[in-house]
Design a protein around this ligand. Structure first.
Ligand SMILES: Nc1ncnc2c1ncn2[C@@H]1O[C@H](COP(=O)(O)OP(=O)(O)OP(=O)(O)O)[C@@H](O)[C@H]1O
Ligand SMILES: [Mg+2]
Length: 279
């Protein structure tokens, strides 16, 4: 579904490439988490997937990025936007309407969705994010978390086949963050939407994603099955990526017991490991 080959990109006027020799592929129906320290190039990679790079951000672009077989350089932003929906890191810059309903309406009208279909699409999208009651509210009256949900709903309403989210839970409390992740899981599993999720909340990433890629200084330094990537916790820590405590626990217990313990990625697995060790 997504294929990036030997991609390097340097923003115009910059010396240092923001991305270097990126190779990445995400199958149809994949759920990829991307993590990495500030300035690693995560947002830049998201812009590549939506075609904003190179169409809106000029610079030196080498290699290729394809979504559903389309080369992002040769495909118009308009065509790409029907395939790839993106929720921006900076929600404020994404929302353009003063009212919640209008924000969703705007995208649907732009996409030429029929008048008859629009109300149901709006209701369905708001409901899936759990904010039906906000439909008639003004954006100005909403909290940061609510705005983030509006931004997500307005993209979901467009039914993209690929959804790219750039730190979508940054403004959300733990409960709402989990709600968003659960929603993404449903979209992924029930509608087969391919998801690329940039996120700092490692515990949620390991619970929900199938694959994980770690970005550092513009390069992908680790990628693979989420569990395999987390198994190399020490290397991640050196890169400035915190590991979940349950993963650290399996590492400590491996050292203490002198016997290799399985890598745990959630509390249930950690509990099972401890019960095995303490009869
Ligand atoms: N529009 C731009 N013009 C020039 N340089 C940019 C632009 N956007 C980002 N950069 C630079 O590209 C590099 C990667 O930035 P990017 O925003 O992709 O990182 P990030 O991993 O998303 O960081 P954060 O965790 O802070 O969101 C940084 O050195 C940044 O300064
Ligand atoms: Mg970013």
């Amino acid at each position: 579904m997504i294929q990036i080959q030997d991609l390097s990109f340097t923003y115009k006027g910059e010396k240092k490439p923001a991305l270097q020799e990126i190779n990445l592929s995400v199958p149809e129906g994949g759920f990829l988490g991307i993590i990495g320290p500030a300035g690693a190039g995560k947002t830049t990679l998201a812009r590549v997937l939506t075609g904003m790079i190179p169409h809106h951000y000029p610079g030196n672009f080498y290699g290729s990025a394809r979504v559903k077989g389309l080369d992002t350089v040769d495909t118009s932003i308009n065509d790409l936007s029907r395939l790839v929906g993106m929720v921006f890191q900076d929600v404020e810059s994404q929302i353009i309407s003063p009212m919640v309903e209008d924000e969703l309406l705007y995208g649907l009208e732009n996409f030429g969705v029929s008048r008859e279909e629009i109300p149901a699409r709006i209701e369905e999208a708001l409901q899936s994010v759990g904010i039906s009651e906000l439909r008639e509210r003004s954006i100005a009256s909403l909290s940061g978390g609510q705005r983030q949900k509006v931004a997500i709903a307005s993209i979901i309403a467009l039914k993209p086949r690929i959804l790219v989210l750039d730190e979508p839970t940054g403004e959300l409390d733990p409960r709402s963050s989990r709600q968003v992740f659960s929603l993404l899981k449903v979209l992924n599993e029930e509608q087969g939407i391919t998801i690329v999720l940039i996120e700092q909340k490692i515990m949620l990433l390991c619970e929900f994603t199938k694959q994980l890629a770690v970005l550092s200084e513009g390069r992908i330094v680790r990628q693979g099955e989420t569990r395999e990537v987390l198994a190399r916790a020490e290397e991640l820590q050196e890169l400035g990526v915190n590991c979940p405590r349950v993963t650290t626990l399996s590492r400590i217990l491996s050292a203490r017991t002198g016997e290799e313990q399985p890598v745990c990625i959630n509390t249930e697995e950690a509990e099972a490991m401890i019960r095995r060790l303490i009869p």
